[in-house]
Design a protein around this ligand. Structure first.
Ligand SMILES: C[S@@+](CC[C@H](N)C(=O)[O-])C[C@H]1O[C@@H](n2cnc3c(N)ncnc32)[C@H](O)[C@@H]1O
Length: 124
C-alpha cells in the first residue's frame, strides 16, 4: 500500500543501520515494528529475522500485516478460493453506498458490467 507516511523508501537504509548496530546475522532476532502502518518495515526484515511483531492502533494495519507478516505459507487451494470470491453475488446495498455519485470513477476503474445499472438504481 502506497501512502504518504510509508517508510518504503527508508527500508533499505533502516536495514543497513540496524545491522550496523546489532550485527549482520539477524536470524536469532525478534523485530518489533511498533508503529507498523503498512508493514513495509517489518516485511523488509521478515526474511532475515526469527520473528516479526507488528503493532498498530489501526485496523487497516492489522489487515495488511496479518497478510504480509502473518501469512508465510502458500495457500494450497488458492485458485479455488479466488474462484469462490470472484463468484460471490454482488451486495446491492453496499455497492450503491460506495458508488453513488461516482460514475466516472466506477467507469474508469472498475469496468464492471453492473456498475452503470447500480448507479442508475442509486439515483432513483
Ligand atoms: C507513519 S505511519 C506508519 C509507518 C510505517 N512504518 C510504514 O512504513 O507504513 C504511523 C502509524 O502509527 C500508528 N500509530 C499512531 N499512534 C499509535 C499508537 N499510540 N499505538 C499504535 N500505533 C500508533 C498509526 O496508526 C500509523 O499506522
Amino acid at each position: 500500500m502506497n501512502y504518504i507516511g510509508s517508510k518504503f523508501k527508508l527500508s533499505s537504509w533502516l536495514d543497513e543501520e540496524i545491522r550496523k548496530v546489532v550485527g549482520n546475522d539477524l536470524s536469532d532476532k525478534v523485530f518489533c515494528d511498533i508503529f507498523a502502518g503498512t508493514g513495509i518495515v517489518g516485511r523488509t526484515f521478515k526474511p532475515h529475522v526469527k520473528k516479526v511483531i507488528a503493532n498498530d492502533l489501526e485496523y487497516y494495519s492489522y489487515v495488511l500485516n496479518r497478510n504480509y507478516i502473518g501469512n508465510h505459507e502458500k495457500i494450497k487451494n488458492q485458485e479455488e478460493l479466488i474462484e469462490e470470491l470472484n463468484n460471490l453475488p454482488l451486495k446491492r446495498d453496499l455497492s450503491i453506498k460506495i458508488i453513488a455519485g461516482a460514475e466516472e470513477v466506477i467507469d474508469s476503474i472498475l469496468k464492471m458490467k453492473m456498475a452503470k445499472e447500480l448507479i442508475l438504481f442509486a439515483k432513483k
